[in-house]
Design a protein around this ligand. Structure first.
Ligand SMILES: Nc1ncnc2c1ncn2[C@@H]1O[C@H](COP(=O)(O)OP(=O)(O)O)[C@@H](O)[C@H]1O
Ligand SMILES: [Mg+2]
Length: 264
């Protein structure tokens, strides 16, 4: 490898992280290491704590116990101000893009730039155009989110997430609710972002096909921990019972499969 990604300080490290809400344990002794520049996909059933995990990574939730480190810095050992600064190293895309409907696409993407940088209006305009190129929506600055399809709105959300040139991208269920064509388009955009920006990426999904298209490593979250973490090929062929049951239960790989039970 040589680049030091796998051997240097990881982009993100969670050590023995536990979190409960109202006495209900969600994360329990979770360990996770994400080397710089790699793409990790976290799979898991609904309600398993995938979003809670991402919120710990970005410091929006504080663990009851355990440590969350970003670039070797313990998020909860530093001041709130420093934590805020560290958060700016992340680009996070939420489901549905969480765009402001009262603003144009261009205004949505330039929002973090106007808020966090001293870029001139011309620089902001160039950066917005560049981000829209990267998500394959060039020239759509003047449109309103409501004029766009669900898949396009997600891509505008990505464009806003990358505006500040984050080192670490977080995608929470980027394709959930999209049809197969928009899902494929979005996967290609994520692949393109990875090739052009080479960020560290953590993506949450329950779609195996999406996972295998964008991951260097695939992890399965179960009972508050990472049950298994493998390369996509190793994951797919693993005989771990939870992996088998997850792979069987996922319909995204079954396009040609005809279940025996089906009768007409
Ligand atoms: N802020 C919160 N307060 C209380 N319970 C929460 C909070 N956030 C998440 N939970 C609970 O934690 C569990 C995991 O949620 P979540 O991480 O959203 O699951 P998913 O894997 O579907 O993303 C759920 O039972 C959810 O109700
Ligand atoms: Mg979730």
């Amino acid at each position: 490898m040589g680049g030091g990604g796998a051997t240097g300080v990881p982009a993100v490290r969670l050590t023995d992280v536990s979190k409960a809400f109202g006495g209900k344990s969600v994360l329990s002794g979770l360990d996770l290491v994400v080397p710089v520049g790699t793409s990790l996909v976290v799979l898991g059933k609904s309600g398993m704590g995938k979003s809670v995990l991402l919120k710990h990574v970005i410091g929006l939730l504080r663990p009851d116990s355990g440590r969350v480190e970003v670039g070797g810095v313990d998020l909860w050992a530093v001041s709130a101000r420093e934590r805020d600064r560290i958060r700016r190293r992340f680009g996070m895309s939420f489901q549905e893009g969480a765009l402001f409907d009262s603003m144009t696409v261009g205004e949505n993407i330039s929002f973090p730039l106007r808020r966090h940088t001293r870029m001139s209006p011309a620089e902001v305009r160039d950066r917005v155009a560049e981000c829209l190129e990267l998500v394959r929506l060039p020239g759509t600055e003047a449109k309103r989110p409501s004029d766009l399809s669900g898949g396009m709105r997600r891509r505008v959300g990505f464009a806003r997430a990358i505006a500040l040139k984050p080192e670490i991208l977080l995608f929470d269920e980027p394709t959930t609710g999209l049809d197969p064509i928009n899902t494929d388009a979005l996967v290609r955009v994520i692949q393109h972002l990875r090739e052009s920006l080479r960020p560290t990426a953590i993506t949450i999904t329950h779609d195996l096909k999406v996972a295998f298209s964008i991951a260097d490593r695939v992890a399965l979250l179960e009972s508050g921990r990472i049950r298994i973490e493998r390369s996509p090929a190793e994951f797919e062929s693993s005989d771990d019972t939870s992996v088998r049951s997850f792979v069987r239960g996922d319909s995204s790989l079954d396009e040609e499969a005809v279940p025996l039970e089906v009768s007409r």
